[in-house]
Design a protein around this ligand. Structure first.
Ligand SMILES: [Zn+2]
Length: 101
């Protein structure tokens, strides 16, 4: 038995209720007949999941890369950062006033 089987939803619920009841991890682990590390690892996972749900920004790309409005055509495009204000199409276009066109 090298890999402990994953904690089921039922076990997870009873572990959480025991945490709420103020039981120590060792008592909980003994009650659900799991290793101390399995129970503490599971709780850590649950906390990380809860943190992700509470703070959805964690999952978003960095603020620098986001949809912006193109200064050229006004369309929304996937900007790579504050320096990037024109869509690929407009950046490719020659906007020089001296261009022969
Ligand atoms: Zn554009």
């Amino acid at each position: 038995m090298s890999h402990p089987r994953p904690i089921t939803a039922d076990e997870s619920a009873s572990i959480l209720s025991m945490v709420d009841a103020g039981m120590t991890l060792r008592q909980i682990a003994a009650t659900v007949r799991r290793g101390y590390g399995t129970v503490s690892g599971h709780l850590r996972e649950l906390r990380e999941q809860a943190a992700d749900e509470a703070d959805p920004c964690r999952l978003k790309p960095p603020a620098a890369a986001r949809d912006r409005q193109c200064l050229g055509c006004g369309k929304t495009f996937a900007s790579q950062g504050p320096h990037n204000r024109q869509c690929v199409k407009c950046r490719g276009r020659d906007v020089s006033p001296y261009a022969i066109g």
